[in-house]
Structures are given as C-alpha cells and as structure tokens.
Design a protein around this ligand. Sequence first.
Ligand code: C5P
Ligand code: C5P
Ligand code: ZN
Length: 504
Amino acid sequence: MPDMIEGENVKGLMEAAREATQVLLGASSITVVAHIDADGVSAASIASSALSRADVPHECRFIKKLDDAEVKQINALHSEGVWLVDLGSSAISKITLPICCVSDHHSVIEDAGGNLKRKLGQNDLGSFMERKVHVNPHIFGIDGGQSLSGAGVTYLVAKSMASSNASLAPLAIVGAIGDFQDSANSKLVGLNQSIVQDAVAEGTIEVTKDVRIFGRESRPLARMLEYANDPTLPGLTNRYTECKRFLDEIGIAQQSENGWRSWVDLDHEEKREITSRLAGRLLDYGKGVKSIRRLIGEVYLLSEEERRTPLHDAKEFATLLNSCGRYDRAEIGLKICQGDRGDALKTADDLLRNHRDTLKNGITWVKKKGVIRRRSLQYFHAEQEIPETVVGIVAGMLLGSADSNEDRNQAERIDVDFKVDCSVPIIAFATSVDDKNIKVSARATRELVLKGLDLSIAIRVASEKVGGSGGGHRIAAGASIPLGREMEFLDAIEALIISQLGTN
Ligand code: C5P
Ligand code: C5P
Ligand code: ZN
C-alpha cells in the first residue's frame, strides 16, 4: 500500500488498523456488529474469518441502524468487546464495553471522529488502556465514499492481523461494488484498487474490461439489457420486447441447447457487435461519450466461483447479499461469504427472486403513485408498500434511470407521465414496521455531489431537527424520523440542499 496519496494519510489509516488488531487479538470474546447491506455482510464475513483464524471467540449480529436503542443493547452484551463494521463511526463514543473497534467508512462528524482519533493518537498507552480504536478513512483524508468500503476497512484490519488474510480480498471487492464505489470511474480506485491488486496477486480475482451491466453471468441477454440503468440504454432500458428485437435484428441467438444465453456465453465477435451497437445508440440519442465510458469498464470476477452463477461476478454477488441482508436473512449471506454452497445458496436463490420482484413491484408502485417535485428535491412516500430496507434501492434506481433537463428526449422517456429528474436529489419515505418510525432514504447523482451536495450532512442535521437520526455518504444517506414529521423534515432538508448547492 502506498503511504501517501495526495493528502491522503494512508500510513495513519494503516497504523489505526494495527492498533485495532492489537486490541481485538487481546480480547477474550468479541461481538461483530454489522450493517445489513452487501457491504455490511461482506465486512462481517471478513471480520469473522479473521477472528476465527486468530482463535478469538466471537459471534456476528446484523442491524438496520445504530440508534440509541441499539447502542444500549450493545452495551449490555456479555462479550468483552464489540467490533462494529460498516457502521459505528457516529456511536463509538457511546459504547461502554471494555473493548470497541470500529471499521467504518461513513462520513464522520469532525468532532466525534477526528478529535477522538487524535486523542488516541497522542498517547498510545492511553489508547490501549481505553481499548477503543476508530478506523475510518475519512479521519485520514481518504474518501470513504469512493476509495474504501466498510468491507475494505475491515479487510485492512484483517490483513494487519495476518498477511494470509489477503485471501479475504474478494469479499472486500464485493463490498465496494455493493456500495457502487466503482461507478464514478467505471472501475475501483484508490485503496480499493490496492485491494484488487492483492486479490489479483492471490489469483482470487480476475479483472477484465467489459460492459458493466448487471447480470452478465446469470441473466438472459434481453433481461440484462432491459434492466441496464448506468447508463440507461435509449429505447432498450425497461423495454423487454425491444431488447429481444434489438438482439434478433443483429442476429444474436438468444437461446442455445443449454437454455437462455447470458452475456458470458457470447463469443468475442458477438460481444463486440452488441457493444458497438449500444455505443452507437447512446451517441445517436445524444447521450455523449461520457455515457459510453460508463457502459464499459472494469468488471471483477471471483476466480474460485463457478462461471454463470451470481457468485462469479462481484456485482451479482453483492446483489445476492443484499437479497439476504435487506430481508432479515443476513446470516444466509454470511454463510455464503464463508463458502456454504449448499442449503444457504438455495435459500439465497429464492431470496434473490424475491428481491427482484420486490424491486420491480416497488418501481411500478412509485410510477403509478408519482413522485412529488419540490423546488430543490423530489420525494415519494411508500408507506408500507415498499420495505424500509429497500426503499433506498428503489429511489436510486429511479434516479439512475432519470433524464436530466439537458439531454431529456421526450420520445424516449420510459413513461411520459412519470417524471424523475436527475437535476435534484430524491427522498423516499417508508413506514417502519417494527418501531412506528419513518425510514428515510436519500439518493443523489455524482453531478450534484460535484456541485457541493452532501446528503450525509443534510440528512443528519434535518433528521436531528425533527427528533430523529441519520447519516451515510454524500451520494446516498438514510435516517429514521418520528412518524408524522415528514413534511417538517422535507422543509429542513430542502433548505440545507439549497444552501449546499448555492441555489438561493
Ligand atoms: O451502509 P453502507 O455504506 O454500506 O451503504 C451504502 C449504501 O448506499 C449502499 O447499500 C447503496 O445502496 C447506496 N449507494 C447508492 N448509490 C451510490 C452509492 C451508494 O445507492 N452511488
Ligand atoms: O438505508 P439506505 O440504503 O438508504 O442507507 C443509505 C446509507 O445511509 C447507508 O450508508 C446507511 O448506512 C446510512 N444510514 C444511516 N442511518 C440510518 C439509515 C441509513 O447512516 N438511520
Ligand atoms: Zn458501506
């Protein structure tokens, strides 16, 4: 790993990872607590494997959010310590167990995160007595939204425990892809790229340049095109019949004696033909060279997994984990990460089908109900129609397939009555089934982030104002707020968005 990359204190981050290692290896028992998404499940698996290999007794728990009630439960645990992975940066100071390590990549509140780390750094003895270590790239000037995921930070700690833990690198890549960290550059960058190099050296990951559309391994060709949304394919995205016709017209056989063909079943010439037609189509519809750059990029294949299965491609692997974790079955995802290819995989296949249906129904529902546009944001309230754990994915997919005002082509709109505009962020509400709160998910585009938008700050401040709590990343954030305070929350977050974007 390089020590320093343009203002990034990689050395400091690695030092923090070493401190965490010392603390964790000295523990008599640890509870690993992780977030329920693909990154969280991958991070938990890395942490659990590293602790097992070091003979540290432990168990794993998965949680939707780390609020005060959850902190209380953690503080009452019987284990000597807790290792919070892919979450925890906002709560580290509230943990009272003798040992607490956090390997997280969410935006940190400067005072809580930065000062805490600086305090520990001043006095190593003090830090070991307190045995609290905070490992988060943001503290060291490294962008945790793009350069390192929760699984990636956890991997750095694991690798500092034992260099043989480099075998866990594929899971760190699945976590990063699950958090869309490849999307701005069409490949993983920064410390994520160093992890890719570890995996390539181990022979566990193969990197190829290919189309970055979800479903290359396990979706029938026309279905893969139908669901493409980064970039959207004019005339094809969301149009299954058109996708089939497009493939027929260029003479691509969609079935073979083995059933529906996937992208990976095509020969080089067939792939080249489709890719150049797609690129031509993007240009014809005025989508620009930028969209072609997003169409093609690095894809990450898990060399030890079977071809044509969702486990062979990091993007599909991540979706499989989301299909488990976001439906209260994170333990199934964990088993898959740890090599179970029997019952757990069968259950995950069913969960994946359920996830697909839930997303499809969710998108259809929002399209029917509509998205309400305000001056600087748009929102929808899914009540209990979309599970709170996936309402953010639905919002992200809608925004991803939205057109900007500049390149909107009315003739090509998926549904003329349904307007999602990518020039403002999207906020989604859903009613929590368990605690009678409202779950909020917010998603933005890279362009808005470049203009100064930071949803993690906006959602935290706005949710606290109405008695809730939240956080996340600049581009994707979430919160929980009391029932009935939605409009007040929208007023507060809209004012913050306007001030961040300077659109007063
Ligand atoms: O808690 P964690 O950091 O793992 O979650 C990040 C979440 O943000 C991912 O689950 C993903 O759904 C979402 N995200 C997104 N669009 C991005 C980046 C992240 O929807 N560009
Ligand atoms: O739940 P959702 O996918 O919308 O989460 C987006 C991001 O916001 C994730 O990184 C998640 O960890 C974070 N989040 C949070 N506090 C919440 C809900 C979500 O920090 N209450
Ligand atoms: Zn994450």
